[in-house]
Design a binder for this molecule. Sequence first.
Ligand code: SF4
Length: 225
Amino acid sequence: MTENSRLHQAALLLRSAYCSRDGLDHVSCWSRCLRTLFGIAAGHPAEATITGLLASGPLATPSGTTGASAGQLIEILQPVPRGPQKASVVRALAGWWATQFGDECNPDWTGSISTYREALRQIRGLGPAVVDELLLFGPGLAVFPVDRTALRVAVRHGWLDLPVDDEDAQSLFARGADRSVTEMRELSQLLTKVGEEHCGREPQCDGCPLQSMLPEGGPRNPQSC
Ligand code: SF4
């Protein structure tokens, strides 16, 4: 079985175990980026809270966000899980957005992915995986967020070897999702789900949807990632 077909098989197993979530295409790109930054996808317990904050008030637009003081944003973000801690990165993201797109909440992302990646990684608090997550779930650019969970699953199943090369990992997941933005979003969400339920720091393989795909002898490098 090739790595691609293994990823397809994994996606099938995860899809049959977990519901795919709405991609939130009905809300603005700005709104999707902030929801992604707070880790609030459709169905999250705090969804109604974030929807209310993004509908009106300073967070509704990039200019409103940059116009609010750090203290005001901390206050506004109190009801959002880990919201106050992210006030400064939200404000910095809004500042970057304003220089790129003005106050347009659904701009055309006509630049190259590498340019956006590089620029966003300069913002303090935005690591490479979060930047790729913003680009995938916000504007829908074809880049896969290779976060800790995705790496854990891939290494433990022998799809990637340690030390992991970033580009190899990016390529594995993008090919596994046929470079389709819809499938990349879905695969990323499904891997997050299996990470929450089974594949954390210590793999809990019993009953995991991917148990049938484990290498002989069990997960590889279970303590190393
Ligand atoms: S918990 Fe085990 S079976 Fe599930 S994804 Fe992790 S290594 Fe694979």
